[in-house]
Design a binder for this molecule. Structure first.
Ligand code: MN
Length: 232
């Protein structure tokens, strides 16, 4: 390999996640998020959950909160919601990936929170504007450790739960995903050339709601693990 180029400013930080069973870390590239991938959540947001093609939005890698760090309540919102999700971490990229072969692209899984400024998202929807200010703000993607598929396989069922201060707010099951993980990877890879390090937040079950400073959020996906963060 040739020498790395001289840079006029320091390179931006690499954002990484811990990996269970090793001190090595998972480097985060892009974060894709699936919208309305559980029927009961689509209904609570006022949409028909019939099986339309999936849709996606993105967050930059810099929005990751790793290692159980705090979630700082963002500016310019008074209605910040939790969305607990199974996160898929890709080890291999590609385009037009066949669903039947999609899982070989998966390094592992994690529990993530797609934190949302619901008021700004609602305003954006109303105005026909992009969702970035509602979805891609600083620290909007708390994420737990990555658990290698080599250790746990590829979960297709299991509870997806979010608790606030010990009280269950969201409860769903991976088996309820409208577009399952291989189908999501296949569809996404027709829109974007996927790359190693990409994360996919797979969507949230019903029960989304507001968080407040001082609360502790605990997300769990059965067979994958747990994520804990404090709202500050
Ligand atoms: Mn979401």
């Amino acid at each position: 390999m040739s020498n790395p180029p001289a840079l006029v400013i320091a390179p931006p930080a690499l954002h990484t996640l811990p990996v269970r069973g090793t001190t090595q870390r998972f480097p985060v590239n892009r974060i894709f998020c699936v919208g309305r991938n559980y029927a009961d959540h689509a209904r609570e947001m006022g949409h028909d959950p019939s099986r339309e093609p999936p849709f996606f939005f993105m967050k930059p890698a810099s929005t990751i909160v790793a290692d159980g760090g705090d979630f700082p309540y963002p500016t310019l919102s008074s209605d910040v919601h939790h969305e607990v999700e199974l996160v898929v971490a890709l080890s291999r990229g590609g385009r037009d990936i066949d669903a039947a072969a999609a899982l070989v692209h998966v390094y592992g899984y994690a529990v993530g929170l797609d934190m949302t400024r619901r008021d700004l998202q609602a305003e954006a929807k109303k105005m026909g504007r992009p969702w970035d200010t509602g979805k891609a703000f600083d620290a909007s993607a708390p994420c737990g450790e990555v658990v290698p598929a080599a250790a746990i396989g590829h979960p297709t069922s299991g509870a997806v739960v979010l608790e606030i201060d010990g009280q269950v707010k969201q409860r769903g099951d991976l088996s309820q995903l409208i577009w399952n993980v291989p189908e999501t990877i296949a569809y996404l890879s027709t829109l974007f050339t996927l790359e190693p390090g990409d994360l996919i937040f797979s969507g949230t079950p019903a029960g989304v709601g507001p968080v407040r400073r001082g609360q502790t959020l605990v997300g769990r996906v059965a067979g994958v693990g747990e994520l804990r963060t404090r709202v500050v």
